[in-house]
Ligand binder design. Structure first.
Ligand code: ATP
Ligand code: MG
Length: 470
């Protein structure tokens, strides 16, 4: 048959319409229990997006399971007026959301829609929410320290570019505030923030008070507060990671902050329990423990010469229980954990990082040997003081009995002040290390006072016994 412009055009249209020969098989809604929708007659695969349509409402839902001829779906948005018999129409589009440089400076929800009132987004590209697999052997190793602007972290728990860390604490101990400080101070090209399942009030506070106009200009915020459907919260966490991957693919150094990983796990728990998966540990079904590594493993370094995603995930340890199953499984998969201590917070010691319990697993690979020795020395002295704190405070310790304890007691006030840092105070990497060196050089309490004064401005110590001497 001879080709004409018209047949060419029709052939082009046919190629463009996916699955043109397959009739769309629609289902019917038969049951709704809790959040789970059950449909019959639907020919859709797991993860497929569908539209549930009745005369009054049309909502998006996703296939999350099946049993015989029944398909289980979870709505992505609030369900108000659906009735039995509503049509369930599978959608062609895959699990993808808009992506592009246009996202910078914007606040979006889990659908990829702007919620900041700054007009529509004009992203042309779409990206899968599931991310792309990176062969672990092709990933660049973590070799470079990342300046997070927080003295205690820079010097004692150094973060590597491309590392994935958890901030572990009970409620109200300062996870979000610490994350906010890092958002402002970290030396990264782009910051991607996922506010997943937390309070709606905090979204506005975070954007206006923590990020500010300058911070927001190089950030993207994905917000899915606690009242969003669990599937939307899951999707928002995946979308946050997909945006970070997009900028990493451009060779950028990306800082990914997610508050919180626990809410992400709880969203998966809600879904899994709703479709009948049996709970395993503390009410969490096994699929939750599979979901966490799937998300977290997407962060990190790309191939050699590519960009990086350094990620911080907050993990809520319920009742300050460090053995909480989500905390336990996150600790195992992450490259380090910073534990925030309620007792320190109650004493007004902020950031309440418990340096004894916290660890950065890549630290030895990204800092000098001299720095590592200083950090170990500081941790040992702090730990020695903590172990003998009760004896010291009741006067049961006799000065001179143990040289190391004497030193720990002499250094304690300086070390404590070194670990405390004001909300608006930024201390870059080098000055943090120099300051630590100065603190450890000091042995007499008189010097400690001098150091405290010098630290008040977040500047390196300039008085006597400082690193500037070295
Ligand atoms: N660096 C800090 N300086 C002064 N106050 C702080 C600091 N960090 C936390 N706080 C105080 O602790 C409160 C709780 O902090 P934050 O909201 O960060 O806790 P959270 O661990 O995120 O709690 P939740 O688990 O409930 O989300 C803050 O409202 C603030 O009053
Ligand atoms: Mg919080």
């Amino acid at each position: 048959m001879s080709q004409t412009p018209l047949t060419d055009f029709i052939a082009g249209c046919e190629a463009w319409v996916p699955g043109k020969d397959e009739p769309v098989c629609q289902g019917r809604l038969t049951r709704m229990v809790g959040l789970t929708l059950e449909a019959v007659g639907l020919n859709a695969s797991i993860g497929q997006r569908c539209l549930v349509v009745d005369s009054r409402q049309s909502i998006e839902a996703e296939v999350v399971g099946f049993h015989d001829n029944q398909t289980f779906l979870m709505p992505v948005e609030a369900v108000h007026t659906l009735r039995a018999g509503a049509r369930v129409v599978p959608l062609e589009s895959a699990n993808e959301l808009v992506i592009g440089d246009e996202l910078l400076g914007r606040v979006v929800n889990g659908f990829g829609e702007p919620i900041d009132g700054k007009g529509p987004l004009h992203c042309r590209a779409q990206q899968s929410l599931n991310g792309e697999y990176i062969n672990p052997l092709h990933r660049a190793p973590i070799r470079e320290p990342l300046d997070v602007g927080i003295r205690s972290i820079n010097s004692l728990l150094t973060v590597g570019r491309g590392q994935r860390l958890g901030l572990f604490a009970g409620s109200g101990v300062g996870k979000s505030v610490l994350l906010g400080m890092m958002t402002r101070f970290t030396n990264a090209d782009i910051t991607i923030v996922g506010l997943i399942g937390e309070r709606g009030r905090e979204v506005k506070e975070f954007i206006e008070e923590i990020l500010g106009d300058e911070g927001l200009a190089r950030s993207v915020v994905v917000a899915s507060p606690a009242d969003d459907a669990p599937l939307l919260r899951l999707r928002a966490a995946q979308y946050t990671t997909a945006i970070a991957e997009y900028f990493r693919a451009q060779g950028k150094s990306v800082l990914l902050l997610m508050d919180s990983l626990t809410r992400y796990a709880q969203a998966q728990r809600e879904i899994a329990l709703a479709i009948g998966e049996p709970p395993a540990t503390k009410g969490y079904p096994p699929s939750v423990f599979a979901r966490i590594p799937q998300l977290v493993e997407r962060a990190g370094n790309a191939q050699q010469g590519g960009g990086s995603i350094t990620a911080f995930y907050t993990v809520l340890t319920e009742g300050d229980d460090q053995q909480d199953p989500i905390a336990d499984s996150s600790r195992a998969i992450l490259d380090g954990h910073f534990v925030l201590n309620r007792k320190l917070a109650e004493e007004g010691h902020y950031p309440a990082i418990d340096i004894e319990q916290s660890i950065s697993r890549v630290m030895p690979q990204v800092i000098s040997e001299e720095h590592l020795k200083l950090a170990q020395q500081a941790k040992q002295l702090w730990s020695l003081y903590s172990q003998n704190r009760d004896l010291i405070s009741i006067g049961a310790y006799n000065k001179g009995s143990n040289h190391e304890i004497d030193r720990a007691i002499a250094l304690y006030p300086t070390l404590r002040d070194f670990l405390r840092q004001g909300l608006k105070e930024q201390v870059p990497f080098e000055p943090s290390v120099q300051l630590l060196k100065g603190v450890l050089g000091a042995s007499a309490p008189a010097t400690a006072t001098g150091n405290r004064q010098a630290m008040a401005g977040g500047r390196p110590i300039r008085g006597k016994r400082t690193v500037s001497d070295s």
